[in-house]
Design a protein around this ligand. Sequence first.
Ligand code: FUL
Length: 480
Amino acid sequence: MGVSAIEAAQIVPSSRQMAWQQLEFYAFIHFTVNTFTDREWGDGAESPDLFNPTELSASQWVEVCKSAGMKGLILTCKHHDGFCLWPSRWTDHSVASSPWREGKGDLVKEVSDACREAGLKFGIYLSPWDRHELSYGDSDKYNAYFINQLTELVTGYGDLFCVWFDGACGEGPNGKRQVYDWDAYYHVIRSHQPGAVISVCGPDVRWCGNEAGHTRKVEWSVVPASLKDNEKIQAHSQQVDDSSFAKRIGSDEEDLGSRRTLSATDRVVWYPAEVNTSIRPGWFYHEHEDQQVKSVPHLVDLYERTVGGNSTFLLNLPPDRRGLIHENDAETMRSLGKTLKQMYGRNLALGAKATASACKSDEHEGSRATDGDPGTYWRTEENVEEATLEIELGTIQTFDRIVLQEAIIQGQRIEKFHMERLHQGQWQVFYEGEIVGYKKICRFDPIETDRIRICVTQSRWYPTLQAVQVYCTGAKELHI
Ligand code: FUL
């Protein structure tokens, strides 16, 4: 029993996980009959007549996402109520029975087309739990139904970057117990969409464990293989339709990958985290929440803790009954995009001279971390686990953020580091941190200097840094 640090250091992402991680920030779109009933969970008895958005524009959704700097979008093709946003041939509980576009509409097609046109990646959410479909609970029968629907979605709408399987299920008192055939579902996805990650109840992307936007201080991508257990994921997911779940923070599992955890596990896997939360209290649109859209500073803080905390950020935007993202949300997203561009528009360390205390070869010398090329990186020799990288900014600069990125294609290695600045001839520590991973945004009060030292004081096997970026974001004025 026990995995060594060197063994863990050699676990690397798959190419689909790598491509997904680089998207960083993308949208969830929750839209269905619930939008028209003002509910969060439909009971499956809703009439398709209810579904009638009058001004639906998928290109408006996509524009809003792009304006905030998002790179992808995941649509709830079928939520727990079972209503399908595409004309599935396996049920009449779909847009085909609704008045929208006189029953000839296909929302999955409209959204996937709009994404493709705008250069956004497209992904699907398909709820395994289905409160409408009569076969639900008759395991083999429902599994066949679900696979038929899944096949329609993975074959009919172009390349998908993600298939998102929710763990939520509120069945119980009625005795329905569906045994999901996860392996068969995964097989369908892998056969038709080999580039798509399978998230939450899936092997590629780990749910962070809450919907409140809570992030771990230390988020490892190399974690015990047991975290992929769907039964456990489901047990931690939402089981009652009340708004308190969205605010709940399960912080019982803060340490998923330290040496202490490794020593108590026999197998580790690359299973990186995604943080999902909504721009409003609910996942679906409710008029009474129009004034409860999260503020730009709140979203910037979330962005920095998620994307800048070795996770990705999946932010939900619920379209309203018109089929548009409400003005308040749209305006917030545009202003978020502008703010992030201003904050992270000018990297003061781009092209800076960087000298390492140790490096494997010229190909991996210190300035590979400041050359702006994501394909190059600094690294030390095997077993050189402590090293320092000194950056010369050229002139005295004021800054309040340093972004670090490991070359995760090699694995996740850094366990402890601190940063120093040269001030009046003395090196002074201004930041202490633990893991880095894909991206770590280090936040601190503005400081001045022309020289920075990044000191890796503990790592696994050998550390790498693919990027060191320095920014003056002025975030203090944002009240973050
Ligand atoms: C939860 C669901 O019950 C919510 O309705 C929402 O879809 C969220 C993303 O996942 O488990």
